[in-house]
Ligand binder design. Sequence first.
Ligand code: DI6
Ligand code: FE
Length: 400
Amino acid sequence: MDCDTIWDNARLVTLAGDTNPLDIVERGLVAATAGRILYAGPRDDAPELSASRTIDCEDRLMTPGLIDCHTHLVYAGSRAVEWEKRLAGASYEDIARAGGGIVSTMNATRAASEAELMAQSRLRLDALIAEGVTTVEIKSGYGLELATERRMLQVARSLGEACGVNVSTTFLGAHAVPPEYAGRADDYIDLVINEMLPQLAAEGLVDAVDAFCEGIGFTPDQTERVFAAARQLGLPVKLHAEQLSNLHGAALAARHNALSADHLEHLDAEGIAAMASSGAVATLLPGAFYFTRETRLPPVAALREAGVPIAIATDCNPGTSPLTSLLLAMNMAATLFRLTVDECLTGTTRNAALALGVPDVGTLAPGRWADLAVWNVSEPAELVYRMGSNPLHARYRRGH
Ligand code: DI6
Ligand code: FE
């Protein structure tokens, strides 16, 4: 069988099986053509192959390219000074209610040109890529009006092309109420669902729709209206839910067959049951938990018991999680949330792909994109154990 590239002598973490969570192949080989995997399995069982390029992985560990399934990495400015106030005792909510928080990043992002947004955001994406990330979800939500929401989504698409990353864009117009709609949240939701979302969807800029269902965000009823508009446009939904309180957002998301419900520190048994029956992914965001010094843990044991797939992401954003390391996010998920190594690696590959509704990535299996990460380690635990060092040896996206 002719193929473009063979990666030989690798310990494959395929995540392609249904029995052993990581489904490791000891002396493995991957073959790819036109960017897609032809074979991934024991080198001794491989078909006769003739490749134009052979890469000897010298017994290194190979995983699918990592997937960061929840980021707000396109934005301008910084919230470091606001963070100093939080260190001195002000709460995230106090600052948001005083006009800081998301709205202060909104002001900086509205003022930034496309080139400035691109330059500032690329630094964050490059940091993720350096750790073997090949797929990233990028949300809007710092424009809160059509022109800047459009610019954010255009920059997200351009970053994918410029940096060789698969980008899933998510419209998060329902992130906060902009000052010009202060006290008129329902009117702002009218703008989001009747003008912004249809227009941006028609321009091909939207892969999914999200909302911030929270006391300082939007109510379940307002969230419901956003989801109904997404459904009318045939777009999948996901939700920031139960981050600071329990508004039963996860159950609402499950009722709308959401791809995922995210944060979930205040998730209850009703929400877990709803997610288990709908198949929604629980995307945990340990960076936000850590950075806001949250004390209430998401109900990991109950999610595990109920069979809800768990994903892990950086939630890279200037307010609650200025984190651009998915490896550190895995370490936090294990250390703070007590996830296992297997759950952490599954959560940034196979389950992260489920959370984005992108079937072509996240496992080493025939037909998937040849998005691969080769590591200078032999044990999967090494990828979760370290804090701050980067063991990536090589990254391939669609075979290159
Ligand atoms: N929850 C979060 O943690 C981020 N957005 C959201 O809905 C915070 C975004 C910010 O503070 O800039
Ligand atoms: Fe978020």
